[in-house]
Design a protein around this ligand. Structure first.
Ligand SMILES: [Zn+2]
Length: 311
């Protein structure tokens, strides 16, 4: 009797239906320590970019290079923000896209919460620059998402993107960049919570700005330092690692000044190599943390080793 039942089940296969596929990614945060500082990379999601049309080299060359890395165009590009808990201040570098760039991005707050923090706890927001994928997350429905935070950005960046005269002069397909920056930053200006700075300066204890213009007029890298350990948050100094590490002279259409952008990339990569600094990049594959070493005119990217050691 029992044997017969078993035999029937065996012949007809498993009794239960196949499990439905889940098809969601794990919460997008990654944590590591830098000296006494806790660093949490927060994913805002990804953007599908037609990089073969955006990079400054011929499309066929980009596509051939991507293929060697088992990639293609459009390329799913990560959008990473970086949360630094210094022990006395909670500092967020960039805020993701909010609602500006569609449903594949704008996940910063959900992932911040998943990482154990609340938007109200953020003391300072440091913008690498005012493109939508970096400032769009500042607001939701016109309201400040981070009600207790002071927003910091280079004054050249503010002067460029928050200028109506510049927007009026800009080509039609670029005006949205200005509108996005104004809509996102203005509520903080109105609340007395916007503090521009000038070039290289100390922003909060342990975090210093390094002027890095070219991608935008006030593009900034942030140097985070604790107990002799350095982290360089390089913003959009690079977009497509599989192409631009090997050929760093390749620029992207989003660069306001391509030549300066390439020079700034070389400058900040050289600092990273010289200091042995950990690097955090906004658009390298999540979590976008690693080290850089020079190899002739090219660069080698060594992704950070996964760690669960968070003393
Ligand atoms: Zn960007």
């Amino acid at each position: 009797m029992a044997l017969g039942t078993l035999g029937a089940a065996f012949i007809s296969g498993p009794v239960s239906a196949a499990a439905p596929m889940v098809k969601t990614q794990a919460p997008g945060f990654y944590r590591t320590m830098l000296g006494d500082f806790e660093i949490t990379v927060i994913s805002d999601g990804t953007l599908d970019l037609p990089v073969d049309k955006l990079l400054s080299e011929p499309a066929a060359q980009t596509n051939a290079t991507l293929k060697k890395s088992f990639l293609g165009s459009p390329l799913e590009v990560s959008v990473n923000a970086f949360l630094v808990n210094t022990g006395s201040r909670l500092v967020l570098v960039d805020t993701g896209a909010g609602t500006l760039l569609g449903p594949t991005s704008g996940k910063l707050v959900a992932n911040l919460r998943a990482a154990g923090y609340l938007p109200e706890q953020v003391d300072d927001i440091l913008l690498t620059h005012m493109h939508p994928d970096h400032e769009g997350g500042l607001i939701a429905n016109g309201q400040r998402v981070f009600p207790n935070a002071v927003v910091h950005a280079d004054k050249h960046e503010a002067a460029y993107w928050l200028s109506k005269a510049n927007m009026d002069k800009a080509p039609a397909d670029s005006k949205g960049f200005f509108q996005g920056a104004m809509a996102s930053v203005q509520p903080y200006v109105d609340a007395g919570k916007f503090q521009p700075f000038n070039g290289d300066t100390d922003i909060v204890p342990g975090v210093r700005s390094i002027a890095n213009p070219g991608h935008t007029p006030g593009h900034t890298t942030y140097l985070v330092e604790s107990k002799g350990h350095d982290l360089l948050l390089i913003g959009d100094s690079i977009h497509v690692g599989s192409v631009q590490f090997n050929n760093p002279s390749v620029t992207i259409a989003f660069d306001t000044n391509a030549k300066d952008a390439a020079n700034s990339r070389a400058k900040v990569f050289t600092i990273a190599d010289h200091d042995g600094a950990l690097v955090g990049a906004a658009h390298l594959s999540f979590p976008g943390l690693g080290h850089l070493t020079a190899e002739g005119k090219a660069w080698r990217w060594i992704p950070a080793n996964y760690t669960t050691h968070l003393p």
